[in-house]
Design a binder for this molecule. Structure first.
Ligand SMILES: CC(C)(C)CCc1c(C(=O)O)[nH]c(=O)[nH]c1=O
Length: 308
């Protein structure tokens, strides 16, 4: 049995990645990922043009059934991560980039186009749009405009990180936009936006920024993640790979993501709960499931979810 997967031409011995944002901000964290067995590839924390301290603590809170965060895009800045992927990377790495405006995204990607980096990049579309408008990925016309401008000059491998959608027409609309562009992949889902947790004993929220509103992750978002992986796989051109993110805590969850069509699967909240050894456990559990079912490779069952 093999867990081999393909990352844009690079053969990985495991389909598992870290979810951007988790254990991937500092050089130490990135080096930890490089040395983590059964982590097939790694993703950097979304980088912005300038380094950012992010929101005040508490900005991440562990819940029984997942997590809530309002990190505020803390990162060491685009130059640091570009240097890392050019000079330091030892394991296949996806450079994640973000911007607090469409203009900044264009500036950053123009610099990246001019750089020596030829590897995969992922544009985080959960970025805020113009004030008073929904986040970029929830504004289909704005997303189309940004991607049209990006692909007027960007010729290197580029994918996008998407927030979850909750309406079948929204799946149709975002897929119609994405299918117009030569994307390497979509990574779905980002955290479920603007959840809220209440500490009953203290009668207060648990994270500081945004009045306690924050992105949800972990097992509670698994059904939403599976739906988005499945819906986008059904709608996107085969040339666009689907990276499944969201709600993975077990080998069964990895199996479910792949059954829904995921080429690779990322793990975020469960790394925060269990540590990087989670990748060995997930790989072992996935192999056991495949052995029990008689599957030799991920391709034997990828995308083969049956309907009733
Ligand atoms: C939410 C943004 C701050 C606009 C982007 C960074 C980000 C964050 C974050 O840095 O707060 N948290 C997430 O769960 N997903 C994200 O994409």
């Amino acid at each position: 049995i093999d867990l081999n997967a393909d990352l844009f031409g690079q053969i990985l011995t495991s389909p598992l990645l870290n979810a951007s944002g988790v254990h991937c901000q500092t050089k130490e964290e990135l080096n930890d990922l490089a040395h983590t067995s059964n982590l097939g590839a790694m993703v950097t924390k979304s980088a912005t043009l300038q380094a950012r301290a992010g929101n005040p603590n508490p900005r991440y809170y562990d819940l029984k059934n997942g997590s809530i965060n309002s990190m505020g895009l803390p990162n060491l800045g685009y130059d640091f991560y570009l240097d890392y992927v050019l000079q330091e990377q030892t394991k296949p790495t996806i450079l994640s980039v973000a911007a607090l405006s469409a203009a900044d995204a264009i500036t950053l990607l123009k610099d990246l186009q001019a750089s020596d980096y030829q590897g995969p990049t992922e544009l985080n579309l959960s970025c805020p749009n113009i004030v008073g408008e929904p986040q970029l990925a929830y504004d289909f016309e704005a997303t189309d405009r940004v991607l049209k401008e990006v692909f007027s000059f960007y010729t290197k491998p580029l994918g996008v990180k998407l927030p979850p959608y909750f309406d079948l027409v929204h799946f149709d609309k975002i897929a119609a936009v994405l299918n117009k562009y030569p994307l390497t992949h979509v990574n779905t889902i980002n955290s479920v936006g603007n959840g809220l947790w209440v500490d009953i004993e203290q009668e207060q929220v648990v994270t500081k920024a945004k009045g306690g509103f924050g992105g949800l992750g972990g097992t509670m978002v698994l059904p939403t993640a599976l739906a988005n992986v499945r819906a986008l796989r059904q709608r996107l051109h085969d040339s666009i790979k689907v990276l499944g993110t969201g709600g993975v805590t077990s080998g069964e969850d990895v199996f479910a993501h792949i059954l829904c069509g995921a080429d690779l699967v990322s793990v975020g909240t469960q790394v925060m709960k269990e540590g990087l050894s989670v990748y060995d456990r997930l790989a072992e559990e996935l192999q056991a499931i495949m052995a029990h079912k008689g599957y030799q490779s991920l391709a034997d069952f990828r995308g083969k979810l049956k309907e009733l």
